[in-house]
Design a protein around this ligand. Structure first.
Ligand SMILES: [Zn+2]
Length: 394
């Protein structure tokens, strides 16, 4: 039987993304289409609110995992989520024991430094990258003192909440960012910017007049910087619970990690442009070697289309080398993508962000052109999700 409304690829796309097919199939009826409510939802995001949420997170310094300042930040995030009216605010608990330090005799296996992490290929000029471990490189004595207590091994917690769907509450998208940081700064960009984005989305979707067919879980991962331990713990503890009352079935996972800074490629002397480049973009990545590569790519293009239609300032680009963030533990279980200021492997890995894991990752380092890139990423995910979960305003 022929399908009069949808082409076969579209049907497959819709099936893969669990979009409600009947809703699309009704598009050819004589009734006018319902008004597009997504612009109203997107308008509920606001640059000053986004900045204030990032600033709130930077009050806890680098929020390094296993410290009091990290636990205080988790408490603050939880209080914010509750104030937004987000449902079922819960914590995932796990134990973290850092790996034993490498012994002097055991040389690490040689690494191919010509290939970027995630499988991409470096082009052009590369600048130095690394993690700052020198407290004295933080000139602000107050912040240096705040960031000083070291991480202690043991129990960890990370907080999440859920927008509960009205017709398919048992299916959900997982939307995440990591709240821990390193480097003797304030982790404003890495990853205060992604954490604030997820919190702002939780606020918009939790408004009493917003309804969704499917559910959305907002998760603020801990222990990303130590090796994705918080997201791995979530996958380990909850993967098998899918379909039970406790854990809706996972439809996809969307991660946000470093959303602010796209000043372009380093110059030959290793320096960067002082301001956001006008052609800055939101980089949406999937991993081409993952088990769900085809579905993840389709999901990435849904986000790209949402950006084109609804984001106010900056465009999006799709790439195939998602790596080194909390979507990785999900990538062989469900379609998973990440949103970032730059490609993680070929660009961040080539020194495009000089504040990455450095004492300069401070709220005051960034200006409105930078914060606006993060806001555009928020608009992109909000709009894409609103379509995927069937959001309405009543
Ligand atoms: Zn990060």
């Amino acid at each position: 039987m022929t399908q009069p409304v949808m082409s076969k690829p579209l049907v497959m796309l819709v099936a893969a993304l669990a979009l409600p097919v009947p809703a699309l199939a009704q598009a050819d009826s004589t009734k006018p289409p319902p008004p597009d409510l997504i612009p109203q939802l997107v308008a509920r995001l606001d640059l000053e609110r986004y900045k204030a949420t990032i600033k709130g997170l930077t009050r806890f310094g680098d929020r390094r995992q296993g410290t009091d300042r990290n636990r205080a930040a988790v408490d603050w995030i939880e209080a914010q989520l509750r104030s937004y009216g987000c449902s079922d605010v819960l914590r995932l608990k796990y134990d973290y024991q850092p790996p034993a330090p490498r012994t002097a005799g055991g040389n690490p296996p040689p690494r191919d430094t010509s290939r970027a992490s995630g499988g991409g290929r470096y082009r052009g000029i590369r600048a130095r990258t690394g993690v700052n471990t020198d407290s004295l490189k933080q000139p602000d004595a107050r912040l240096r003192a705040l960031d000083t207590p070291p991480s202690v091994a043991g129990e960890r917690e990370e907080v999440y909440c859920t927008k509960i769907g009205t017709t398919h509450a048992d299916e959900m998208y997982i939307v995440g960012g990591h709240m821990d940081g390193i480097g003797w700064g304030e982790a404003a960009n890495d990853d205060g910017s992604g954490t604030a984005l997820v919190m702002e989305l939780a606020r918009v979707f939790s408004a009493p007049d917003v309804h969704t067919d499917r559910s959305i879980r907002f998760v603020l991962w801990n222990n990303e910087e130590s090796g994705l331990n918080g997201s791995r713990a979530y996958v380990e503890q909850r993967r098998a619970l899918q379909g039970s009352k406790e854990e809706p079935k996972w439809l996809g996972m969307i991660q946000h990690d470093m959303m602010l800074f796209d000043h372009g490629m380093p110059r030959a002397d290793g320096t960067l442009a002082a301001v956001q480049r006008p052609e800055a973009d939101v980089n949406i990545e999937f991993q081409s070697s993952s088990k769900f590569a085809a579905e993840a790519q389709q999901l990435a293009w849904v986000f790209h289309a949402a950006n084109e239609k609804y984001a106010t300032d900056y465009p999006a680009s799709v790439g195939s080398h998602m790596t080194n963030t909390d979507s990785a533990p999900f990538q062989d279980v469900v379609p998973a993508i990440s949103l970032r200021e730059n490609e993680r492997g070929t660009q961040i890995g080539a020194g495009w962000d000089p504040n990455w894991h450095q004492p300069t990752d401070l709220y005051t380092t960034y200006n409105d052109a930078d914060f606006r890139l993060g806001l555009n990423a928020a608009q992109t995910t909000l709009a894409a999700l609103a379509g995927l979960v069937g959001a309405t305003i009543k």
